[in-house]
Each structure stands twice: as C-alpha cells, then as structure tokens.
Design a protein around this ligand. Structure first.
Ligand SMILES: Cc1cc2nc3c(=O)[nH]c(=O)nc-3n(C[C@H](O)[C@H](O)[C@H](O)COP(=O)(O)OP(=O)(O)OC[C@H]3O[C@@H](n4cnc5c(N)ncnc54)[C@H](O)[C@@H]3O)c2cc1C
Length: 371
C-alpha cells in the first residue's frame, strides 16, 4: 500500500511515522518545508488533563503518554521536558502585590501576580514543536518514508469519482492507494476536490527571545488586562534551548495560499510586545530570535476532523486540531495508521468523523488558487 500524505506539519509527520512503523510505503508531500507553518511556530505546550470532560479527552491522554514514550525511545532531542505551569494575572495599571497567591517568578514585573498552579510536572510538559515535527519526519524517513517538496494541486479520483487514486503535485500525477489530507488550515483547499467540511485558519503572533529565566522554568498562562479593561491571554514557554517563546496577539489577515507569504501584522505584534515589556521587562529587552505569525486549523464545532472522507474510498483527512495540534499529533498519527492498515482505530474516533459536519460546496472555497 502506498499512502500519500498531503502536508508536512506535525499531523502529517506523525501519521508518516506511525505508518512507517507498520511497514507502509509513505510519501509526504509538503509545499514549503517540514514544520514551516503552525507546527514550527506554536508553543509546544502539552497537558495531560486539560481536555478532560471533552470529546478530546482520550486523544489527549493517549498523546501525552506517547510524547513521553517517543522522547524516551527516539534518538533525537526536541526539548521535551515536564514542567510546572502557573496562572498569572498582569495589568497595565493594577497593583497585584497584595493578591499574590504563590511566589511569583522573580523575572516577572511588579504588575504581575501568580494566582494559581495550573499544572505540575505530572500533568504538563513541553516540546520544541518544530524540532519534534522534524524528528517525527526524520524517524519516518529512517524507515523508508519519502518527503517530496511540491504543492498538491488536487486529488485524483477514479472514473466513478468514488475512489482516490492519487494526487497531482506541481502538474504531475503521484499515484497512491490512499491519500491523507493533513494540510492544516490549507486543508480547506481540499474542499474543491473532495466532499469535506470547512476548515478555517485563526492567526496568532509570537516572539522567540534569546532568554533563559534565572529561576526554575515554568509555563505561564497570563490574563493581561489593559487600561481599557480588555483582557488578552499571552502564553510564555521558556525552552530547553535557551530561548523563551511568547504568543498571544490574534491577527486578522486571511490565510494566504502560500505558507511562505504569511505576514506579521504590525498592530497585533506591537500590542504583544507592549504587554511583554510590562509583565517581563528583562525578557522584552533580550535579543529577539524570531518574530512570527501562523494559523491554527479550526472546524465549525472546534473538534478535529480525523477519519475517512465520506463517499470517497481511499481518501482520509486529519486536521482541525486548533490549539492542541502539537499535543494531539502522536495519538492522531497512531489512530490514522490503525485506520489505514487495520480498517479501524483502537481509539474511538466517532466524535471526529468528518461526516458529522456539513460539506462545504466547492464553489464556496473560491476560484482555484494559483498554486
Ligand atoms: C500561536 C499558536 C500557538 C500554539 N500553541 C500550541 C501549543 O502550545 N500546544 C499545542 O498542542 N498546539 C498549539 N498550537 C496549535 C498547533 O500549532 C496546530 O494545531 C498544529 O501545528 C497544526 O498542525 P498541522 O500539521 O495540522 O498544520 P500545519 O502545521 O499548518 O501544517 C500544514 C502543512 O501543509 C502544508 N501545505 C499547505 N498547502 C499545501 C499544498 N497545497 N501542498 C502541500 N502541502 C501544503 C503547509 O506548508 C504546512 O507545512 C498553537 C497554534 C498557534 C497558531
């Protein structure tokens, strides 16, 4: 069986890895570069139980365990570590010095206060998401998976239109027994080729600083109130490579067809930087390694699409993981490999069945993009 995976983000790379473990012939087709989009620019925060009491619970718990297992068993280092996670209040104008519930890390500014422990080393962890994605692709490659750079232009169907027989990459046919759409927010392009529900891209901005906190590293989730009373939620993740990642400000530009054309919007990124200057002045003053933006893939009901494309045999989709794509990639990869090889996944995927949502009519995707 030859499986073509469209998209070399964390989801595509994880599916490739778990298929390669089963001895399946795999080609990942990636338009720009492995982890070039959200999978390389996200926080990489992992939580065992933050999806509990939601349909994501089992996927998240299995993924959290797999992250630990992969860090143990694979050779590469992608900065996996367990760490405590704190909730922090911050404000442009309020003095929190009297409302500090726990000791506030000394590198945070005076207008901050830790209000609670959101996770411990038993329940929260982190990875460098780009390094993790590349390591999964590399491990798949070591077992024979191929990476092909090129843009998927469409999915090829058999004469009856009910069977996927391959894809068109940069004008050339690439034959396959099964095709998996894993193009993150760009999976919406596949609505022109297959009966699939919509996928949207929500944009976020982030900075990476050359900065290592002078005390025990914690993942921080802030509630930042500005002078007008508006509240933002920046997230801060010190990493093992001596950098610290901060994300938060939402962007508004529509998703460009080419991932390399994502722009940094000056308003949101300046707003995020102003907040960092207030809540962590030393961090803001350190060298900036990256100023970046990316889009997380979301669906109409906020749950991922993981499973077969209704009515087209050999066609599958795995996307829409929203804020938990790095966390949930391993169990998604494992489940997709089981689905493709065994015909059924051990994990119950019914909540993620693509057939649960309305199909987006091809004409609503807009004219065929100039790939
Ligand atoms: C600011 C921010 C912070 C986040 N923080 C976290 C976090 O802390 N923890 C967590 O679990 N999740 C986090 N996420 C979510 C996570 O990053 C995403 O859910 C995940 O990266 C999505 O992975 P993906 O593989 O589906 O998509 P992507 O990473 O977008 O990959 C899709 C790939 O498809 C390729 N592609 C596009 N068009 C084509 C084409 N025509 N042909 C071939 N290839 C194509 C792209 O180049 C890209 O490489 C965050 C997201 C954002 C935006």
């Amino acid at each position: 069986m030859h499986v073509v995976i469209c998209g070399g983000g964390v989801i595509g790379a994880s599916i490739a890895y778990f298929l390669s473990l089963r001895g399946v012939e795999v080609t990942v087709v990636e338009r720009s570069g492995v982890a070039c989009a959200a999978s390389g620019k996200s926080g990489g925060f992992l939580a065992l139980d933050w999806c509990d009491a939601s349909p994501l619970q089992l996927l998240a718990r299995r993924s959290f365990a797999l992250h630990a297992e992969l860090a143990e068993t694979l050779e590469a280092d992608w900065g996996y570590r367990r760490l405590d996670t704190l909730g922090v209040l911050a404000s442009d104008s309020r003095d929190f010095s009297s409302s500090r519930a726990l000791r506030t890390p000394p590198w945070l500014g005076p207008e901050t206060a830790v209000h609670g422990r959101l996770g411990t080393e038993a329940s929260t962890a982190q990875v460098h998401p780009g390094d993790f994605t590349k390591a999964m692709m590399q491990a798949a490659g070591a077992r024979g998976a191929r990476l092909r750079l090129g843009a998927i232009e469409s999915v090829r169907l058999g004469d009856d239109g009910k069977r996927a027989t391959g894809v068109i990459v940069d004008g050339a046919v690439l034959e396959a027994d099964a095709v998996v759409i894993a193009m993150g927010p760009w999976s919406v392009l596949a609505c022109q080729w297959l009966p699939l529900p919509a996928v949207y891209g929500l944009k976020g901005h982030s900075f990476v600083f050359h900065y290592q906190p002078p005390s025990t590293p914690h993942a921080l989730f802030l509630e930042y109130e500005d002078q007008r009373g508006e509240v933002d939620s920046p997230e801060v993740f010190p990493r093992t490579d001596g950098t610290t990642y901060v994300c938060g400000a939402r962007g508004h530009d529509p998703l460009p067809i080419d991932p390399d054309h994502i722009t940094i919007e000056s308003g949101p990124s300046a707003r995020l930087m102003r907040q960092i200057e207030r809540f962590a002045p030393d961090l803001a003053a350190s060298e900036i390694v990256a100023t970046q933006a990316c889009y997380r893939p979301v669906t109409e009901d906020g749950l991922p699409l993981i499973g077969p494309v209704p009515g087209v045999s050999g066609a599958y989709i795995a996307t829409g993981h929203s804020v938990w794509g790095i966390l949930n990639a391993p169990a998604t990869g494992e489940a997709m490999a089981e689905l493709l090889v065994d015909g059924e996944a051990k994990l119950d995927l019914s909540a993620f069945d693509p057939a649960r949502l309305r199909v987006l009519p091809a004409e609503d995707v807009g004219p065929a993009p100039a790939l």
